[in-house]
Design a protein around this ligand. Structure first.
Ligand code: FAD
Length: 512
């Protein structure tokens, strides 16, 4: 393989170009990216997951420079309002609840104590929940025994500025950028893509093509006709209206996801503004109603017109077909409820580089890539469905549908295991592990009937002592943390502190 062409210069295209510039250009592979200013990018995608820190770190990007360039804030989780019932609120944190003890998951100890009326609310045992709610933030402590090591963090960023930042990075390392609109795709006798022809008549050939053309999926979809697996029966939202607004309040260190009668609304705090969007199902809310609802609930004034985006939940059956790999919206879409879009881009790039066909032949790597990516998509899908299905809301046709819809078998089994005995299923390939499932089950009012018999290895008094001690540690830890806004100011100022290293984990320094 001598040459790769990336079609598309949105977040997916430039993340891919940056990673390939770092890892493939030194191996003698030429990388070209084609994008069209005329078409533009989707322009949303501003809430991220902690894995992005790992991506930046692997590329050698300075985190403080990245914060300044993208006008980013820190993010310790997502606050969900009105999901289980109207009036409910909980935070899904990037961190753990308590600590497991001799192999006994913490929540079983908590459930046992709760049954005897001797437990505080579950959130009192999660430092990132209490810190986020108090508007506090700090870098995780490197000592794994410290209570301040029990969380991780991500960013809220300006998507346009991030793409620009990565473009500079990639071009400096030798990526060639071509401006132009691709209108014809050349194919060879095997059906593989051989060249992309631009509107101006130019034709560019390569050995391998990465389709980052967004919802158009020009290569994987239009050209190679890869079937789309439609998941909208479980995730019925098909539209969003987005608009930024001014913000005069200190930015909270978390994203807000506020449920409404036919979907939900996001609020993403950046340094200079708040990103807002209303996600909705058109069967239940018209575009006009959605726009009006969004504009009436903005946390600050806006001078921009709202923009409507259409989508469908699902993914292409395979993301890698022949010599074409799709990354980003061209390979699938899951709504941004848990900020998973950029993660899916990152994980596709990482898996591709790990399975990269150095010898030029790639059926085995391609098959394994497609298998792993399909697990990633399906597991995120099920986690998202959980938010809609685990509800007691019946105040609209939308919520009645979600509450009573038939869900995927795997998810039904997971929920039954938790309801019956508090068991949380774990897995190897997939993003959301036990702490995340616990956050949503608990936050949306699913309580197990009983706890694991393992918890009976400890007497109630002992559990009580452990829980009280942990709770005090959380309180002390949060009290010692600085305000979120002051950390941003320090890290974007003249004397930033060094940033701690990270791992590819949602919850803390050590991958679970
Ligand atoms: C409403 C909404 C909210 C979202 N929120 C989040 C979030 O909070 N967090 C998150 O992680 N993700 C989020 N996402 C997902 C995220 O926005 C995307 O994953 C990300 O922006 C990647 O988009 P992309 O690069 O695949 O596509 P795009 O941004 O659409 O880029 C496509 C590129 O292809 C180029 N192109 C297309 N056709 C041609 C052609 N014929 N010739 C030349 N160039 C062409 C375009 O010019 C453009 O450069 C959200 C998505 C939506 C729809």
């Amino acid at each position: 393989m001598k040459k790769i062409i990336i079609l598309g210069g949105g977040t997916a295209g430039w993340m891919c170009a940056a990673a390939m510039a770092r890892f493939l250009i030194p191996r003698g592979i030429a990388i070209t990216l084609i994008e069209s200013d005329q078409i533009g990018t989707v322009g949303v995608g501003e809430a991220t997951l902690p894995h992005l820190r790992f991506f930046n770190q692997t590329l050698g990007i300075d985190e403080n420079a990245f914060m300044r360039a993208t006008l980013a804030t820190y993010k310790m989780g997502i606050e969900f309002q009105h999901w289980g019932r109207i009036g409910d609120a909980y935070i899904h944190p990037f961190g753990e609840y308590g600590r497991e003890l001799d192999g006994i998951p913490f929540h079983h100890l908590w459930l046992k104590a709760r049954q005897s009326g001797r437990a505080a609310p579950l959130d009192d045992y999660a430092l990132p929940v209490k810190a986020a709610a108090a508007g506090k933030f700090d870098f995780p402590h490197p000592n794994p025994r410290s209570i301040l090591s029990t969380f991780s963090y991500a960013f809220h960023l300006d998507a346009g500025l991030y793409a620009r930042f990565l473009r500079d990075f990639a071009e400096q390392l030798g990526v060639e950028r071509v401006e132009g609109r691709v209108d014809t795709i050349g194919r060879d006798e095997r059906g593989h893509i051989s060249a992309l022809k631009l509107q101006d008549g130019n034709s560019l050939g390569a050995d391998f093509f990465v389709d980052c053309s967004g919802f158009r999926a020009l290569l994987l979809g239009d050209t190679l006709q890869t079937p789309f697996l439609d998941w909208s029966r479980w995730l019925p939202c098909d539209s969003a209206v987005a608009v930024p607004c001014e913000s005069n309040r200190p930015p909270p260190p978390y994203t807000r996801a506020i449920a409404h009668s036919a979907g939900w609304q996001w609020q993403i705090p950046l340094q200079h503004r708040t990103g807002n969007g209303l996600v909705y199902a058109r069967d239940h809310l018209s575009d006009d109603q959605a726009c009006q609802r969004l504009m009436n609930s903005l946390p600050g004034p806006t001078s921009t017109e709202p923009r409507i985006l259409r989508f469908k939940a699902g993914r292409r059956k395979n993301s890698w077909v022949g010599n074409c790999l799709a990354i980003g919206l061209s390979s699938g879409f899951l709504e941004p409820l848990e900020s998973t879009g950029i993660y899916l881009i990152q994980i596709a790039i990482t898996k591709f580089l790990a399975l990269w066909p150095q010898g030029g032949s790639y059926p085995a790597g391609r098959r394994e890539f497609n298998r792993q990516m399909s697990l990633e998509y399906e597991r995120i899908r099920d986690f998202l469905i959980l938010h809609y299905h685990a509800t007691e809301r019946e105040d609209s046709a939308f919520w009645r549908y979600c509450r009573y819809m038939t869900i995927p078998d795997d998810l039904r089994l997971k929920m039954a295991l938790y309801r019956e005995q508090g068991y949380i299923v774990g897995y190897g390939h997939g993003l959301f592990l036990q702490p995340s499932w616990l956050a949503v089950y608990h936050g949306q009012r699913i309580l197990p009937k009983t706890y694991s018999p393992q918890a009976d290895l400890l007497a109630l008094d002992e559990i009580d002592r452990l829980l009280s001690g942990y709770r005090r540690l959380v309180q002390k830890g949060v009290a010692a943390m600085p305000d979120h806004a002051s950390v941003i100011a320090r890290q974007c100022g003249m004397r930033p502190l060094p940033v701690p290293p990270t791992a590819m984990s949602l919850y803390g320094g050590i991958a679970l």
